[in-house]
Design a protein around this ligand. Structure first.
Ligand SMILES: [Zn+2]
Length: 401
């Protein structure tokens, strides 16, 4: 005996004879409780006033697990009451997944059903498709789904011979639902949304798409190879999420002193402006470092002119680039920076007879830290000395013989 829920999803109260009681597990001669299957959760409700905690399919029966051991026994007639709010939510959410799949048929290539799940907060549908579901496609899926809800298409279901169903190219098979659908191997349940989608499905559905109400697409992800998951919400949680988004859009538009319609354009313009400003600030910083190097103390030794000094608040890499830019063919530029564990950069012109790497090696030999480089440029850092000590060491530097 299978559940009658998919066939008569509007039934919320029924009488049945108890055919088995095993501790808290009860079987009936027939039931309208939906047993968890194919991504749709088990119904909630009561049997003779005792809460039904779970409903699962057994070999030949539907097993109702109660919250406590029942007072009734085999042979008794009991009243089953199905929780209307939860069942109605599941029917609407489940039918919405078919409508979404129908939207997918119109937008996605190589489409197949990869799975489906209903929770109290949201519903997920996994598509197998070669189409990249980008933002535009995701929004279009939502628009087509809501449009189909509005179009008030009839939803019907019937058992058809399995051979006939599997031969039809227009029927979507959810491999997970299929297990439930195929329990009776001779027939398969076909759910048909008029002119929109046909699927083999054993769940409970509303009889017209308008009963679904607004559908809010939440997100998309890739849970596995070739699978795209689309999550959406129906009912109060979907309405609340839609309102949250509307609020966030308006707050963002207000913060950017524009309106929602111009938001994307305004955000792009602000980003361009920010990039321009960043580039300008970088240029100004570079110019400031270059000016600071121009003001360095000059020491002449032999034919080589050394420019030495301390740079405040300049990144070692920026200092290095500035020193390379500033150095002439026959001179040497040395910049020291950083408050704790200072760095130094040395740029030597190729006619200067100074090996920048040797200067840095000698300073790090004296003050620790690390670094190195070649004849034209070297840098060191992590020195255990003040910047002035480092400059003194460079002033006294002599090439090794
Ligand atoms: Zn279904």
């Amino acid at each position: 005996m299978q559940t009658r829920a998919p066939e008569e999803p509007e039934v919320r109260e029924f009488s049945a004879e108890v055919v088995g009681v095993d501790d808290r597990t009860v079987t009936l001669d027939h039931t309208y409780f939906y047993a968890e299957s194919g991504g749709q959760p088990a119904d909630r409700g009561t049997l003779d006033g005792t809460r039904v905690a779970d409903v699962q399919k057994g070999e030949e029966t539907v097993r109702h697990t109660l919250a406590s051991v029942p007072e009734f026994d085999v042979g008794d007639t009991v009243t089953g009451v199905i929780d209307d709010d939860f069942r109605t939510y599941c029917m609407r959410a489940h039918t919405a997944s078919h409508v979404l799949y129908g939207a997918g048929r119109r937008l996605l290539e190589d489409l197949g059903y990869g799975g489906f799940d209903i929770s109290g907060e949201k519903v997920r549908v996994d598509f197998t498709t070669s189409t990249d579901i980008d933002d535009e496609t995701l929004v279009e899926l939502e628009r087509l789904t809501n449009r189909t809800v509005w179009d008030s298409r009839g939803v019907g279901w019937e058992a058809v011979p399995t051979e006939e169903a599997t031969a039809r190219e227009d029927v979507a098979f959810n491999t997970k639902t299929e297990e439930g659908v195929m329990d009776d191997a001779d027939t398969v349940r076909i759910v048909d949304i008029d002119g929109w989608d046909v699927a083999a499905c054993g769940g409970t559905h509303v009889s017209n798409t308008r009963e679904i109400g607004p559908v809010t697409v939440l997100d998309r992800s890739n849970p596995g190879e070739g699978l795209t998951r689309v999550e959406f919400a129906v009912g109060p949680s979907g309405i609340d999420r839609g309102a949250d988004r509307h609020r966030a859009l308006r707050e963002t538009a207000a913060a950017l002193e524009t309106n929602v319609d111009d938001l994307a354009e305004t955000a792009a313009a602000i980003r361009t402006e920010r990039d321009d400003l960043e580039a300008r600030v970088r240029d100004l910083e570079r110019a400031a470092v270059s000016d600071a190097i121009d003001d360095f103390e000059t020491v002449t030794r032999g034919d080589t002119s050394w420019r030495l000094g301390v740079l405040d608040g300049v990144d070692p890499n920026d200092a290095g680039e500035a020193a390379k830019d500033a150095v002439g063919d026959s001179d040497v530029v040395v910049a020291v920076g950083g408050d704790e564990r200072p760095y130094l950069v040395v740029a030597a012109g190729h006619d200067s007879d100074v090996h920048a790497g040797s200067v840095v090696d000698d300073v790090t030999d004296t003050y620790g830290g690390g670094g190195g480089g070649g004849p034209p440029f070297a840098q060191g850092g992590g020195l255990d000395a003040s910047p002035d000590d480092v400059l003194d060491a460079v002033r006294a530097w002599e090439p090794r013989e």
